[in-house]
Design a protein around this ligand. Structure first.
Ligand SMILES: [Zn+2]
Length: 229
C-alpha cells in the first residue's frame, strides 16, 4: 500500500454526536498519527505529574476550567513528541478564537504546514434524532441506536445481556442545550478558519463510510498545500 502522510494538523469541528470521534479514530489508524484531545492530555499530564499537570490538578479537582495558558502549554509539549511529527488530529480543540490563534503560533513554531479544518455539519433535527435514539449498555458500555442500529432484543445488550440505559447526556433537552452552547462558542471558529481559507465541510449525518471517503478526498487535496496561516 502507498505510504500516505498527513504532515499537518487535522482539526475536527462539530457538535457532540456529529461523528468526529469515530472519524478521528479511523484517520488516526490510516495515517498512523495520534488522535489528540485536550481532556486526555490533561489527564495524562496530571498522572505523569509534569509541571503543567501539577498546575492543572487543583483546578480540575475544583471542577473549574483549566486556563488556556496551561492547556496550550500541554498542547505544545504533546506536539513536540516524536509520534506527532508527521501530523495529528485534534478533536474538540480549539474551542475559542484565542485558543485557535495560539494554536496557529504553535504550529508555525513547530514547522507544521497549514492545518486542514473540517466542520462536521449537522442538521439539528437529525442530530437530536440520532442522539435521542442512543442507548448504552450498563455492563460493557456498547452503544446502540434504537432507530438505526437496534439491539436484537429491546433494552438488552447483544454481547453480554446487559441492561441498556439512556445516558443523562443523551436526553433531548440536554442535547438541545449542548447544541446551543456549541453554536455560541464554536461557530465563530468556523468563520475564523473560513477566512484563512482552510475550512472544509463534511455532512456529519451521512453514513460512516461516506464521511470517511469525503475526508480522504479532503486530505488528498491538502497534500502539497504549504505555508502557514
Ligand atoms: Zn454490553
Amino acid at each position: 500500500m502507498l505510504q500516505m502522510s498527513l504532515n499537518r494538523a487535522l482539526i475536527f469541528l462539530g457538535p457532540p454526536g456529529a461523528g468526529k470521534g469515530t472519524q478521528a479514530n479511523r484517520v488516526a489508524r490510516r495515517y498512523e498519527v495520534p488522535h489528540l484531545s485536550t481532556g486526555d492530555m490533561l489527564r495524562d499530564a496530571v498522572t505523569r505529574g509534569t509541571e503543567l499537570g501539577r498546575m492543572a490538578k487543583p483546578i480540575m479537582e475544583r471542577g473549574e476550567l483549566v486556563p488556556d495558558d496551561i492547556v496550550l502549554g500541554m498542547v505544545e509539549e504533546r506536539l513536540s513528541r516524536p509520534d506527532a511529527k508527521s501530523g495529528f488530529i485534534f478533536d474538540g480543540f480549539p474551542r475559542t478564537i484565542p485558543q485557535a490563534e495560539q494554536l496557529d503560533e504553535i504550529l508555525k513554531r513547530r514547522g507544521f504546514s497549514k492545518p486542514v479544518v473540517v466542520e462536521f455539519h449537522v442538521n439539528a433535527d437529525v442530530l437530536l434524532h440520532r442522539v435521542a435514539g442512543r442507548w448504552t449498555c450498563s455492563v460493557g458500555g456498547e452503544t446502540y441506536n434504537v432507530f438505526e442500529r437496534p439491539p436484537k432484543v429491546a433494552g438488552v445488550c447483544d454481547n453480554d445481556g446487559g441492561k441498556l440505559v439512556q445516558r443523562c447526556d443523551d436526553r433531548p433537552e440536554v442535547v438541545k442545550e449542548r447544541l446551543a452552547a456549541y453554536e455560541r462558542q464554536t461557530k465563530p471558529l468556523e468563520d475564523y478558519y473560513r477566512r484563512k481559507g482552510v475550512l472544509e465541510v463534511v455532512d456529519g449525518t451521512a453514513n460512516v463510510e461516506e464521511v470517511s471517503r469525503a475526508l480522504a478526498e479532503i486530505i488528498k487535496r491538502a497534500e502539497g498545500r504549504d505555508g502557514h496561516l
